[in-house]
Design a protein around this ligand. Structure first.
Ligand code: SAH
Length: 488
């Protein structure tokens, strides 16, 4: 949702349903609607693009904003572009496919700057901006896909994505931000399910076996994981599934020469076929237990010189090309000489920790998902890194306890945080302040919560030094930001 900064319109000018207005679209919302203003009131209009001037019809009036429908384009935006995906409009994934990539980067930069200003109370945030880094290939960049499973009109099994804000499944044959091998995998799973009468999970009744198909690819290694999320304890006809998957990968590899592979011109190897058990009535995709059907329970990938082992349940950045650059920036901001004690909070499988370890005296990592910490420890081992220590638990509890006890790690030179969208826990921010780091690097996937946390940190004596924006999630409105703060 676009942050509500809208004024109320005067009552005598109140707009009503079916009124027609001519407006210019000035911005885009998260769901890809254009946003214009009528007497200061924001109007969201689907199918418009920033830069369009259009006649619109009001379809719904809320207290401080309204929705309009496009009637006629009067002056077409120079930023319009043809979406590459045939279901781009229905699918809730890519919301910006109909806009040029340059404009997308500008919108993302504006979004970050707007949040820092409005929510973070930072005057002239542009002063701190050292760069907005676009994605070299803004299609085919994702290494992970999570397809919900459903049935089409003819009763055939399909994979797809949910339409925006709903759970109605839009079948997708070939998602253009994902790897091309996914199409082959999807076909294999669906034809296997149809051949053996494998049932599909129904959210309403809680019945049916197959919930999601998750794929993960090491872009540097070509290793592929296929994970079937099931509402049950075992998969019938798993050997037949395996045969189909192997054939699909083989077919993909032999098509490589004819078709080319836009992302990584390497052969794919099916290293891991696993099932994840999720029997709960929940929107959460994965359950707590995963078992191996064939191969390993992980795949391996590397970013820069560091090798990572990744399990189905562990978080791993979805855009490895940009991630390497982003971690490089975090390392540059951390400015390590080899003598520092560093914390990597919300460390996942230890990606940032291990990136920093080579340049630091000691690195402490903390992460809430136990499987991720097992991966982090293993990752340290396979990279021969001995100066990294990992803790399982909520960062706010684990770090809080270490700090209160004055245990090793309670005094620190550099703190790196990389929280999920909801941002950092307040308790953690105050513990960090007490730990008195010289520098703090904040990696954020949500500029609104980043700005909120920066406001707290700045009020507590931290100083904002630099902001860098990385486009990790091209064609969607999500954006990643790296911030450097200093502390006397
Ligand atoms: N730095 C890692 C992971 C960042 S994603 C990387 O770049 O790969 C955020 C991580 O925070 C996820 O792994 C998530 O499991 C973890 N997490 C969420 N809440 C947490 C909490 N309260 N304490 C510690 N980790 C948490």
């Amino acid at each position: 949702m676009y942050p509500p900064v809208f004024k109320y319109i005067d009552s005598e000018d109140d707009m009503e349903k079916n009124d027609i207005y001519q407006i210019t679209i000035e911005d885009m919302s998260e769901d890809g609607s254009g946003i214009g203003h009528i007497d200061g009131m924001a109007v969201f209009v689907k199918d418009t693009v920033v830069g369009d001037t259009a006649d619109i019809r009001i379809v719904k009036v809320k207290k401080s904003y309204a929705y309009g429908r496009l009637e006629k384009i009067i002056d077409e935006s120079p930023f319009r572009t043809e979406a590459v995906c045939p279901v781009a409009r229905q699918c809730g994934g890519c919301t910006l496919q109909h806009i040029s990539y340059e404009k997308e980067l500008e919108l993302k930069q504006n979004k970050v700057m707007g949040c820092l200003k409005r929510i973070g109370g930072i005057d002239e945030p542009e002063k701190y901006l050292e760069g907005t880094y676009g994605n070299e290939s803004y299609l085919r960049y994702r290494n992970k896909m999570q397809f919900p499973v459903g049935k089409n009109k003819d009763g055939k099994t399909v994979l797809g994505f949910y339409a925006g804000r709903t759970h109605s499944l839009i079948p997708v044959d070939d998602c253009h931000i994902g790897h091309k091998v996914n199409r082959y995998i999807a076909e294999a799973v669906c034809s296997w399910a149809d051949s053996f009468g494998i049932t599909v999970y129904d959210e309403k009744t809680g019945k049916g076996l197959l919930r999601h198909v998750l794929t993960r690819i090491g872009f540097a290694t070509g290793e592929l994981m296929v994970c079937l999320v099931i509402n049950g304890k075992k998969i019938p006809h798993d050997l037949e599934l395996l045969e189909k998957l192997k054939a699909a990968v083989e077919q993909y590899n032999s098509a490589l020469n004819d078709e080319g592979n836009e992302k990584a011109d390497i052969r794919i190897s099916l290293n891991s076929v696993v099932a994840n058990i999720n029997t709960a009535k929940t929107n959460k995709i994965l359950g707590d237990k995963t078992f191996v059907i064939s191969g390993e329970e992980y795949i391996t990938d590397h970013i820069g010189d560091v090798k990572f082992r990744i399990s189905a349940q562990s978080f791993y950045q979805v855009n490895p090309a940009q991630t390497g650059k982003l971690y490089g920036k975090a390392l540059e901001f951390a400015d390590l000489s080899g003598e520092e004690t560093v914390w990597d909070m919300y460390c996942g499988i230890g990606t940032i920790s291990l990136f920093l370890a080579g340049k630091a005296k000691k690195v402490f990592g903390v992460e809430i998902v136990p499987q991720a910490i097992l991966d982090a420890k293993k990752n340290a081992e396979i990279n021969g890194i001995e100066n990294a220590v990992f803790y399982t638990g909520a960062a706010e509890d684990v770090v809080g306890e270490i700090y209160e006890k004055g245990a090793e790690g309670s005094s620190v030179d550099v703190v790196v945080v990389d929280p999920p969208r909801k941002g950092c826990d307040e308790k953690l921010l105050s513990t960090i302040k007490g730990m008195n780091p010289k520098r703090m690097v904040y990696v954020s996937c949500d500029p609104a919560t980043l700005a909120r946390d920066l406001k707290t940190l700045i009020a507590e004596g931290f100083e904002l030094e630099k902001v860098a924006i990385y486009d990790q999630f091209s064609r969607s409105f999500h954006v990643e930001t790296v911030v450097l703060l200093s502390h006397e």
